[in-house]
Design a protein around this ligand. Structure first.
Ligand SMILES: CC(C)(O)[C@@H](O)C(=O)O
Length: 339
């Protein structure tokens, strides 16, 4: 029978690896830990964006669950920049490049350290596809944990998102609102932790990853600050340890059909067009043939069944203008759709 530490045993077993073990003891390994699988926790926590500020707590939950499930977690950080902050500046030139930096950094640690698997956490435009590119490229047991959506802000009976702040600038410019109202919207648009609250890049990519089978069912629609999100991070850790035991590798999941499902979901929920460039890059990393023309084929083929199901969610969204953070009702609705 193959061991669960089939990769990490390269650095943990035998007399020659005594110095390696000495270093690992320095980060908390004990005598009994060198036969366990070592699992990377690629933690995109940062205080750069609301998308990432809640991720540290989720990573800690996943880390504890990995230990409880018999693995040895090793946490490391990945970078983030916010498109919402860099857009319209020279800083935006770094945005798409950051996706590759994130993918490379995850691959570098996992391959450099002979890790047995990776649990990647992300919640922003580029750390989500960046993580999935690394997962597809390395093809070691892996799971993605989404940081979760932000909750809506509230102003004069209306739900607010970051998009309300963008729109308020336009409304102020054409004298539809005054400077005070602009300020009040700015103050309330992002009330806490979580990714931009609408079908923008992060929520689109989380839905796609769930549809592809790389995140737990229903985990893409949870709010960042709710206990169920932390619970789902812990469950993801348990599922990953099982995948390591059974050697269920990402490319068995990231099939051509998985990409077709992802495209259908992106189309049906009216997701971000960024899904196109990210899915093409992830497919390339997974060695799955996918072209830009497949998106139009799938749009035409996705057909009534999927569209009717997801249409429930879309109608729900359009009833409230289609641009608000998911309310509890939306989230419940999305769950029904997912089922
Ligand atoms: C600022 C946003 C809304 O996050 C945008 O960058 C996106 O593509 O989703």
């Amino acid at each position: 029978m193959m061991s669960d530490n089939r990769r990490s045993k390269t650095v943990t077993q035998g007399v020659q690896r005594s110095p390696n073990r000495a270093l690992l003891r320095g980060v908390g390994f004990g005598d009994e830990d060198f036969d366990k699988p070592i699992v990377g926790v690629a933690n995109a926590h940062s205080t750069i964006t609301p998308c990432n500020i809640g991720i540290g707590a989720l990573a800690a939950r996943a880390e504890a669950a990995l230990k409880a499930a018999g693995a040895m977690p090793q946490m490391f950080g990945t970078i983030t920049i916010s498109d919402g902050i860099s857009m319209g500046t020279g800083g935006m030139k770094y945005s798409l490049v950051s996706r590759e930096v994130i993918a490379d950094s995850i691959e570098t640690v996992c391959q450099g350290q002979s890790l047995d698997g990776v649990l990647a956490l992300g919640g922003c435009d580029k750390n989500m596809p960046g993580a999935m590119i690394a997962i597809a490229r390395m093809n070691i047991p892996a799971i993605f944990v989404y940081g979760g959506t932000i909750k809506p802000g509230h102003y004069q009976g209306r739900d607010l998102t970051i998009m309300s702040a963008f729109e308020a600038v336009g409304q102020y410019t054409v004298h539809k609102i005054d400077a005070q109202e602009l300020l009040e919207i700015e103050r309330r648009a992002c009330p806490g932790a979580g990714s931009c609250g609408g079908m923008y890049t992060a929520n689109t990519m989380s839905s796609i990853f769930e549809a592809m089978g790389m995140s737990l069912p229903y985990s893409s629609t949870m709010a960042a600050e709710d206990e169920e999100k932390a619970e789902s991070a812990a469950q993801s850790a348990e599922v990953l340890v099982n995948a390591i035991k059974k050697q269920i590798l990402p490319r068995r999941i990231l099939t051509r059909q998985a990409f077709e499902n992802a495209i259908a979901v992106a189309m049906a929920v009216g997701g971000s067009t960024n899904a196109v460039l990210h899915l093409l890059a992830i497919a390339h990393a997974a060695q799955v043939p996918l072209t830009i023309d497949d998106f139009e084929t799938m749009r035409a083929r996705a057909g009534t069944v999927r569209f009717e199901a997801v249409g429930t969610l879309c109608r729900h969204r359009s009833a409230s203008g289609g641009r608000h953070s998911p309310s509890d009702e939306d989230i419940a609705c999305a769950r029904r759709v997912a089922r």
